[in-house]
Design a protein around this ligand. Structure first.
Ligand code: PXL
Length: 463
């Protein structure tokens, strides 16, 4: 039977900007559902572009941290990052023998901005005393060269180095990370049980690789702690790291931006929040059905909400109501559940609005009536419009380009501000329409209900 809790430990240094080191490791363990423990080896003072100095933790304190956790909770798998001194490497080797946990060695030697993370004597002891105890060693090309003395120029050299780490130095498996190599794809070479395996992945070009090595070895450790085999752990760790890099904190810090191990769970959490928000907005709209029914256009109504901007790539990252919201007697009803990818038109409108204001993530469409525009004005809503008849032919020819073009026109008229309301008066075969924008589905639902209340008063007036 699987244990209720799996415990992983990172034996590594603190990188104060949070991109690499134990912070990346703890985030990774946590994102993968493994309980995170730490033996701190030192502080590597730095940020994303400036190196500072390393403050070392005494080796005895590293040993005690490992001992205290191991005898209390047990350690299923541990990884090493910055070990710095030969004394620390020695106590880690001693503890690995004492407790027999699975061990991933990320043999970091130089940090991202040039800090020395391992002294030369430490490297010697790492090669002789620690690598023989490793389940997996995860060097990059430069580290593999320093460990094996093999100059690496191509895949064959990567294979030779991986084989050397296993066959000569005594690790169970070695994976050489080709992320820095001049190949089109990022290729990693694994050597285990006399065989090579290649792991390929397209390069992530957003520059967010700060912490990628730490996160990769931590993810492999987490999967080992969960009881997965070595090959499977490396395959999954690669997938995890690609995700963390793809959704990294682009633009944060002056140097290489940090990866986001938390994106692995945060993205699912955000998807849930979007669906839940639309669900609540639908409840609100349906409960005001009689007020709303007169606002439903011929093409029916939809309500969409996008994921936060850093998770948005295409229409599938915007949720809408499957089958739309329809007039149902004198009430309104959502035909299906909130679903990602369920809307095209309105989703395109939101994606365009988000380019100008990332906070505006939701929209709904309602019937056009000049009286509704008057009401919106009286409620203090910001309004803009566009003329579909002025859509340039080259835009018309591109499937799906009309709405983004129109929304952009309307935003331009407001000098780049995203309004609450964008309307157009239609064209041949195109119904006039109003789009209401807001920060969430609930926000736009509330705006529409305010409008509907005023509209119902007007409809009751004798004309
Ligand atoms: O290179 C990985 C790494 C590991 N540990 C610490 C670091 C870095 C990179 O800068 O700072 C503490």
């Amino acid at each position: 039977m699987r244990k209720q809790y799996c415990v992983a430990m990172t034996i590594a240094g603190l990188d104060p900007d949070g991109g690499a080191g134990i912070v990346a490791d703890i985030k990774t363990f946590t994102a993968l559902g493994v309980y995170a423990t730490v033996a701190l080896t030192g502080i590597a003072v730095q940020n994303t572009y400036e190196p500072g100095r390393v403050y070392e933790v005494p080796a005895i304190a590293v040993e005690e941290q490992i001992d205290f956790v191991a005898r209390d909770m047990g350690i299923d798998a541990a990884k090493t990052g910055m070990l710095y001194s030969s004394e620390i490497v020695e106590v880690v080797a001693k503890c690995a023998k004492r407790y027999g946990f699975k061990l991933v060695i990320d043999p970091v030697i130089k940090g991202k901005v040039g800090i020395n993370l391992l002294k030369p004597q430490g490297l010697k002891i790492l090669i002789e005393g620690l690598i023989p105890l490793a389940t997996i060693v995860t060097p990059n090309i430069r580290e593999a060269e320093l460990i094996t003395g093999i100059k690496i120029n191509d895949i064959k050299d990567m294979e030779r180095a991986a084989k050397y780490i296993v066959d000569v130095l005594g690790a169970k498996a070695a994976v050489i990370k080709g992320g820095h190599a001049p190949f089109k794809e990022a290729i990693d070479i694994l050597y285990i049980d006399g065989e090579f395996k290649e792991f390929k992945a397209p390069r992530i070009i957003n520059g967010c690789w700060h912490g990628a090595g730490c996160s990769f070895s931590a993810a492999a450790t987490a999967f080992l702690a969960l009881g997965k085999g070595i090959v499977e752990s490396i395959k999954l760790a690669k997938k995890f790291t690609m995700h963390a890099a793809r959704y990294g904190f682009k633009g944060l810090g002056r140097g290489a931006c940090p990866i986001s191990p938390e994106s692995w769970i945060e993205m699912d959490a955000e998807r849930y929040k979007v669906l839940d928000n639309i669900r609540k907005a639908i409840e609100l709209l349906e409960s005001s059905g009689e007020l709303l029914a007169p606002l439903i256009p011929e093409v029916q109504m939809n309500l969409v909400m996008a994921l936060p901007k850093r998770y948005v790539h295409d229409l599938n990252d915007v949720a809408g109501v499957l089958g739309r919201i329809i007039k149902y007697g004198n009430k309104v009803k959502a035909v299906g559940p909130p679903t990602f990818g369920a809307s095209k038109h309105l989703a395109r409108a939101v994606l365009k609005a988000m380019e100008y204001n990332s906070q505006i993530r939701s929209a709904i469409n309602i019937k056009y009536d000049p009286k509704i525009i008057e009401i919106a004005k009286s409620l203090g809503l910001k309004i803009s419009s566009y003329d579909r008849r002025k859509e340039p032919p080259h835009v018309k020819r591109i499937e799906g380009a009309s709405i983004p073009w129109g929304i952009e026109e309307a935003i331009r008229r407001l000098k780049g501000q995203v309004p609450d309301i964008v309307y157009h008066l239609g064209d041949w075969g195109k119904e006039p329409m109003i789009n209401v924008f807001g920060i969430s589905a609930l926000d736009v639902a509330r705006k529409v209900i305010e409008i509907a209340k005023e509209y119902s008063k007007i409809l009751k007036e004798p004309s």
